[in-house]
Design a protein around this ligand. Sequence first.
Ligand SMILES: Cc1ncc(COP(=O)(O)O)c(C=O)c1O
Length: 405
Amino acid sequence: MSYGYKPELSEGAIKCPIFQTSTFVFKSAEDGKAFFEVAYGLREQNTDEEPGLIYSRINNPDLEILENRLTLWDEAEDCAVFESGMSAITTVLLEFLKPGDLLLISNPVYGGSDHFIKKILPKFGVHVLAFKIGQTKEQIIELVKQSGHSDKLAMIYIETPANPTNDLIDIAGSKEIAKHFSTKEKDVYLAVDNTYLGPLWQHPLKIGADLVLYSATKYIGGHSDVIAGACLGSKALIKRVKGLRTFLGNMASPNTGWLLMRSLETLKARMDIQALNADKVAAFLNQHSKVEKVYYLGNITEEHGAIYEVKKRQCLTNGAMISFDVKGGEAEAFAFLNNLKLIKLAVSLGSTESLAEHPATMTHADVDNATKKELSITEKMIRLSIGVENYEDIIYDIEQALAAV
Ligand SMILES: Cc1ncc(COP(=O)(O)O)c(C=O)c1O
């Protein structure tokens, strides 16, 4: 909670103030020159040298302290924070891909990521290849070889658990694929969107990921009052990410940094309650006669074989996201959503209040119909993000809304 902040540098204030400033005054021209040399990578930082504050697009105390705190959860060397999850994701993709490169992705990914990867990256000459849930390492390697661009594979981008189906992708297995296509001349990097389990419940960097990405709007922010993103990894890779961030100018604002620092103080307390509540809600849905199927990590058991092993290896809890198919179609799903009283009908996830939405027509509206069908994102699917309310209230609300279907 206090990591990285020195009250004596801020008039003794117990909490880090909002450094609402665009620029910082240098003590001398020599200092200014030295700060720029380090910030722009014109020379390495000396061991006894503190990097100086220059300009809030490059660095700001609220961002730097937040970044240092975020590294603790994932045990990362460094972190870069952004004004949205999408800006973290797009900056990473733009930094590590160039025209002609191949990007291998898991499917499904969040609708916004899906749009950028499939509709915008190809305009810059990037080839995109998606593998399917359940495909083995050998099958995926063969798929890459058959694409005709295997020598250009530059990055593997996965989202696990996947939004909204809770499908799991093997992180360590994906790293083996990345290694298979890495050469002396180039590393194939593995980036993992860890938004769905957040920094508490899954640590991709420890099991092979090179970069971990968050929509910090979700669990990290956790109060539905801020949009933000983060990327974590080695010092060398985050230096590249921060380099592009400086020139795209999509860093988080001081106010966003301050809000996220405040949120981090209750991250564990919030997420513990959310996971406990989700378990109770899933148990209720599992036995309900109007519910056809529940997509919840807790429902992946030993009898599911290999994917259960993946879950044991990488998920520390069952999370707080549950999707389910209501018996019927869009009309039944909408009746449920329109009858909720406590749970809010809104997109987003990981916040203190429970939320419900309809992926097929909302978060994943833009995903092409064939893919949606293949991934079970159908008209009868509802996605729930479970909050910190009393779980009996959440279940009561779901029960009465299902009764109205
Ligand atoms: C899994 C996942 N990744 C990325 C994003 C994008 O984050 P943001 O909305 O903060 O830009 C979202 C947003 O819903 C998400 O669910």
